[in-house]
Design a protein around this ligand. Structure first.
Ligand code: ZN
Length: 286
């Protein structure tokens, strides 16, 4: 589809939360399913190790310990062992020190994506400006409603931030069913950010190529590959946590079109159980 500069990719999970399946997918069963909290490790030939989100980390439990933040834990019961946090996981699997991570690309600011940020002292943060504007300064119930736990943010977050500038705009590949441009995040065509708002304002997916395949890391624009294939968006109740359900459905429809038009493209939702079984458990290099 494109001649993108290639990177290495591995996918990882940092524990999981549980939800009844019917919330995540229309017509799902009442049984509770495990929803892994994924992040991606990208190795770029010049920029070194880059993360796409961080998943959960031990800090999540402190950040969600006091009311009203504890509501978050009640609504999404989280199972996470400290050894599953991104920093410890990268040390164990790749002997990589957290200080060596140069860049973290944030899809959005929900707690299950940013809980590990404080563990990476040298990383710069890249995200769509609208995503941070939507949560910046939120406290108390307003924060919880936005899926945001303020205590997860590094104190020097602003200082280390590089919001995606309008000048990074590039056309998406021919045939992509998204109306707006993408964003060339590193200026070399290797990582293309795509606005997949709806689940969260300014949510960003990531298009990239490895030596073997093309990937679209679509964050929480869909909960699973199955939901995309079978056209089963989440139950309207899940819309309670979304700022814009209509926009969610629009983005979801575009993902479906994308899967139809580009069957070779591997679309990877952050919380997909199939991804967990197919790639993560096998610790496959992709
Ligand atoms: Zn999420």
């Amino acid at each position: 589809m494109t001649n993108q500069k290639q990177v290495e990719l591995t996918l990882h999970a940092t524990g999981y939360c549980t939800h009844p399946e019917w919330i995540t997918m229309r017509g799902g069963s009442v049984r509770s399913i495990r929803i892994p909290a994924g992040f991606a490790r990208i190795v770029h030939p010049e920029h070194g190790t880059i993360l796409f989100d961080t998943g959960y980390a031990a800090r999540f439990f402190d950040a969600a310990s006091r009311f009203p933040y504890s509501i978050y834990r009640r609504v999404t019961p989280v199972v996470h062992d400290p050894s599953e946090g991104a920093a410890m996981l990268l040390k164990r699997q790749f002997n990589l020190d957290a200080g060596e991570v140069n860049l973290i690309i944030l899809s959005h600011f929900h707690a299950d994506h940013v809980a590990g940020l404080c563990d990476f002292p040298n990383a710069r943060f890249i995200y769509l400006p609208e995503a941070y504007e939507a949560v910046r300064g939120l406290r108390g119930l307003a924060a919880v409603r936005a899926g945001f736990l303020p205590d997860l943010m590094p104190e020097d977050f602003g200082f280390r931030s590089s919001p995606v500038p309008p000048s990074a705009r590039v056309p998406l590949p021919e045939g992509w069913p998204f109306p707006d441009d993408g964003y060339d995040l590193l200026g070399d065509g290797s990582l293309i950010g795509v606005d997949v708002s709806g689940h969260a304002t300014g949510q960003m997916g990531l298009l990239l190529s490895t030596a073997e395949h093309e990937y679209f890391l679509c964050a929480d624009a869909a909960w699973s590959g199955q939901a995309i294939r079978e056209n089963r968006p989440p139950h309207p109740l899940a819309g309670l946590i979304m700022p814009d359900r209509r926009q969610y459905l629009q983005t979801f429809t575009r993902l479906r079109l994308l899967a139809e038009r580009f069957p070779q493209l591997r679309i990877i939702p952050s919380h997909c159980g199939e991804v967990w079984r197919m790639y993560i458990q096998r610790n496959e290099r992709l």
